[in-house]
Design a protein around this ligand. Structure first.
Ligand code: NAD
Ligand code: GLY
Length: 354
């Protein structure tokens, strides 16, 4: 087993990574939830048939009384209606403030269950059991939880750190290829912003089988970077913004594809390439970085260029919103392994992107 500790004042927790650990979820949860009698598990319709019984059996053997809500798979479940249904079911189950919530699934389930845990009874303990690559390297760590509103993604949320993050790399074997590679976009991002040697390591492993052979190392490296960033800036006012490398322009591509044509991972992949090209044009990113990044992402089957209209770039950088300020911090690379926040006038940025 590999373990990391996210060290936050009064809210520290472990990230445990181990093949086969789902079958031991009960004892691991028990060690961080010594007083809980009830555990409310949230999962989705793809994950439940694959992993729910294994986890439920282990939780029950550890003495928890378990209730489960299985939400429809996909982003549409991260909504106020599902949140409200969760609250009501938690109350019908008789959840108390010493009980807890567990998320078994990808980032959608983690964000939804986490926000329900943050808000029900003014906050109950919460365990993340992430089953997608994106959730294991990113969304399960750091305490951002949210639901989507009609006005946009993640607009109602909280910072609510889990008591434990328990990840089993074997769950990644059942991911569709596209979902696995969407997670890889975030993995490559960590190399870009913080760890050149990790980027080299990924460059030498362009296929899923080679990546899976070293998955513990990959999960550990990504989670260690995220842990470090979150410890410095839990509330996302400085250092944590570096994690948004590729995401602002990526948002424009998600908009361009109406949130259907391009997945988040696809959009981040092309967004990172666009940011690298922008950085080179501005003389901030060392020459050749964009080409190298494009080669690595293309080898993973991820898009490196997405066509986007100026209006979509304007919406993504907030230029279309009155009163949202004239400047923006763009995340750029100085070189692979070193990201910086680069303040720019929004009009100038839009001009650069044309
Ligand atoms: P997801 O949760 O929708 O999972 C993707 C698909 O994989 C779903 O169909 C799911 O049912 C399926 N799945 C999950 N585990 C599986 C497994 N082991 N085998 C087979 N299928 C499996 O999406 P995601 O990419 O995991 O997460 C995306 C969400 O995460 C978005 O809502 C995004 O906003 C959020 N997010 C949050 C943070 C954060 O810090 N909280 C960070 C990044 C992304
Ligand atoms: N996924 C970005 C963050 O957690 O801040």
């Amino acid at each position: 087993m590999k373990t990391l500790t996210v060290d936050l004042p009064g809210r520290s927790y472990e990230i445990q990574m181990e093949r086969g650990v789902l079958a031991h979820a009960g004892e691991r949860c028990r060690s961080v939830l010594p007083r809980a009698e009830k555990l409310f598990v949230v999962t989705d319709t793809h994950v439940a048939p694959l992993y729910l019984e294994r986890v439920r059996g282990s939780l029950e053997r550890a003495g928890f009384t378990v209730a489960v809500r299985t939400v429809p798979a996909g982003e549409s479940a991260k909504c106020v209606e599902e949140l409200s249904a969760l609250w009501e079911e938690m109350m019908a189950f008789g959840l108390t403030r010493t009980d807890a919530v567990a998320a078994l699934g990808g980032g959608v389930v983690g964000d939804l269950a986490g926000f329900a845990a943050a808000t029900v009874l003014r906050g109950v303990d919460f365990v993340q059991i992430p089953t997608t690559l994106l959730a294991q390297v990113d969304s399960s760590v750091g305490g951002k939880v949210a639901v989507d509103l009609k006005a946009g993604k993640n607009l109602a949320g909280a910072f609510w750190q889990p008591k434990l993050v328990l990840m089993d790399p074997e769950t990644l074997d059942t991911l569709p290829q596209s979902t696995f590679m969407e997670g890889m976009a975030e993995v490559v991002k960590y190399g870009c912003i913080k760890d050149a040697a990790f980027f080299d390591f990924l460059e030498e492993r362009p296929g899923r089988a080679a990546l899976m052979a070293d998955m513990e190392h990959i999960l550990y490296t990504c989670c260690d970077i995220k842990r470090n960033v979150v410890e410095q800036d839990e509330r996302d006012t400085g250092e944590r913004m570096l994690l948004n490398f590729g995401h602002t322009l990526g948002h424009a591509y998600e908009l361009a594809g109406n949130y259907a044509r391009w997945s988040h991972g696809d959009a981040v992949s092309a967004g990172m390439c666009a940011a690298a090209r922008l950085g080179e044009r501005l003389g901030i990113t060392s020459a050749g970085t964009a080409d190298r990044l494009e080669r690595v992402l293309a080898a993973l089957g991820l898009p490196t260029r997405i066509v986007c209209a100026p209006e979509q770039y304007a919406a993504a950088i907030g230029l279309d919103k009155k009163g949202s300020g004239h400047a923006i911090s763009v995340i750029l690379l100085e070189e692979i392994g070193r990201a910086v926040r680069h303040p720019m006038e929004k009009d100038a940025l839009l001009e650069e992107l044309r």
